[in-house]
Write a protein that binds this ligand. Structure first.
Ligand code: FPP
Length: 242
């Protein structure tokens, strides 16, 4: 029995969905079918987060580095994303979920981009949960763009460099307006961040599981939340000060 403290849920969960390829290998099928099964795990996870009252869910769906994968795999991932958007938009709507993205959306092919814009537009008023897809996203790139925007704003007289500090830098990041993740989950037994949210995870609790992403279930998510709830978040202070 997985016992959750419903008064101490993470507000923002971020997930590195890893292991689709290994799952496919284990089942002696092609990598693309692994991603397809991974897309089903996305649906379950979104539904669970919405049901239990998670406010923000950020999924690492496609990294900047993933552009370097074989063309057929990149195409298949884009197709799956488009299919997900086409099929799920009404479900997101019904569940009151707002879709947002972080990353270089302009690099996506025009039809995926179009679907994405439609999905964002039609869910913009929803406020039960934010589903934030990281697409063509890289944490270092996020920071570099932010620095460039600050320089631009400074040159245009919109901001004084001395005003920028660790509390307001976020307004220049893709995640502007979102709280930092409380919990970051990575599946498939790898202990890396892989250029995901770098600035934003300064005080995030990290949870690694050996479960491959296509096998990730509601119970796996609940187990990650239980682990998070056992941690003492001190943000650099002592226990006594909390
Ligand atoms: C990592 O597995 C996963 C990805 C690169 C992409 C994640 C995509 C999905 C879960 C499916 C589509 C997404 C949506 C939002 C519909 P990997 O290929 O690196 O696995 P491996 O390390 O075992 O090879």
């Amino acid at each position: 029995m997985i016992k959750i403290d419903w008064n101490n849920l993470p507000q923002h969960i971020a997930i590195i969905m890893d292991g689709n390829g290994r799952w496919a290998k284990k089942h002696t099928i092609g990598r693309v079918r692994g991603h397809k099964k991974g897309a089903l795990a996305v649906k379950t996870t979104v539904r669970t987060c919405r049901e239990i009252g998670i406010k923000y869910l950020t999924l690492f769906a496609f990294s900047i580095e993933n552009w370097g994968r074989p063309a057929e795999e990149v195409e298949a991932l884009m197709f799956l994303l488009e299919e997900y958007l086409t099929k799920e938009i009404s479900n997101l709507q019904k569940q009151g979920i707002k879709l947002t993205t972080i990353g270089e959306i302009d690099r996506l092919n025009p039809s995926v981009k179009e679907k994405l814009l439609q999905a964002k537009e039609s869910t913009v008023k929803n406020d039960k949960m934010i589903l934030n897809l990281a697409l063509s996203y890289g944490g270092r790139d996020d920071i570099i763009y932010a620095v460039k925007k600050i320089i631009q704003d400074n040159n245009n007289g919109k901001v004084d460099i001395n005003e920028i500090n660790r509390n307001n830098f976020n307004r220049y990041l893709y995640t502007c307006g979102m709280p930092d993740p409380d919990l970051l989950i990575r599946t498939s037994g790898e202990y890396r961040i892989s250029n995901f949210l770098l600035w934003q995870i300064a005080y995030t609790e990290l949870y690694f599981t050996k479960v491959l992403w296509p096998d990730f279930t509601k119970d796996d998510l609940l187990r990650a939340i239980v682990s998070y709830q056992k941690r003492e978040r001190r943000f650099g202070l002592t226990s006594e000060q909390l």
